[in-house]
Design a binder for this molecule. Structure first.
Ligand code: FMN
Length: 185
């Protein structure tokens, strides 16, 4: 193996978690945007963290309600992810309409969820870390749902054609679609 030293872009080596669509709304307005920088931070009760630009149109709704939805798309939604991540609601565009996203009522939060996403997490913000241009939002998952074809006995399964979508940067994505079992030596 020959390794090259890199001066920038180290983050992109860790990037390939699932890209998600974050939705938020207060009953009056709503927004949705793409987030690559997200991660689980606790198992039970489940918690997640996302990085959110403080100038994002959608952030006002998260700030107001303290809530957001994490919508996990599969690879079929790649263009909707790119669209929601490159167009801002500040332009007056209704991204739900423009990108053909169907609203789904959440169980516990005001934010609309995305029906096309194969999984949806309803989250309440517990902590905000101000990072200047962006904020790190720590949140508790108060409700979660997933397509039962793709989640069996508490685990993701890929037998029914699930392809997870990962963001590599810019317009580049990759997919993961099978389980690899490690063996204990
Ligand atoms: C694939 C992709 C991933 C992105 N990941 C993030 C992210 O992790 N955090 C973030 O704040 N913005 C991220 N963005 C940028 C926002 O999604 C983008 O600025 C969006 O237009 C904001 O929408 P809004 O202003 O309507 O809320 C990403 C964009 C793309 C295309």
């Amino acid at each position: 193996m020959s390794k090259i030293k890199i001066e920038s872009g180290a983050y992109s080596l860790l990037n390939p978690g699932c890209v998600v669509l974050i939705s938020a709304g207060d009953g009056g307005g709503e927004g949705v945007f793409a987030v690559t920088w997200n991660m689980p931070i606790r198992k039970d009760p489940a918690m997640v963290a996302i990085e959110c630009g403080q100038n994002h149109y959608t952030y006002q709704f998260i700030r107001k309600t303290g809530e957001f939805g994490v919508n996990i798309p599969d690879a079929k939604m790649v263009n909707q992810v790119l669209g929601c991540g490159t167009v801002s609601g500040k332009t007056g565009v209704d991204k739900f309409e423009r990108f053909g996203l169907t609203r789904q009522t959440a169980e516990k939060i005001k934010a609309p969820l995305l029906a096309q996403a194969f999984a949806n997490l309803e989250c309440r913000v517990t902590q905000v870390v101000d990072m200047g241009a962006s904020a790190l939002l720590l949140a508790q998952v108060v409700s979660a749902q997933v397509d039962d074809r793709h989640f069996v006995d508490g685990q993701l399964v890929f037998d029914n054609g699930l392809q997870l979508l990962h963001h590599l940067g810019g317009r580049r994505f990759c997919v993961s679609d099978r389980v690899l079992m490690g063996e204990m030596g």
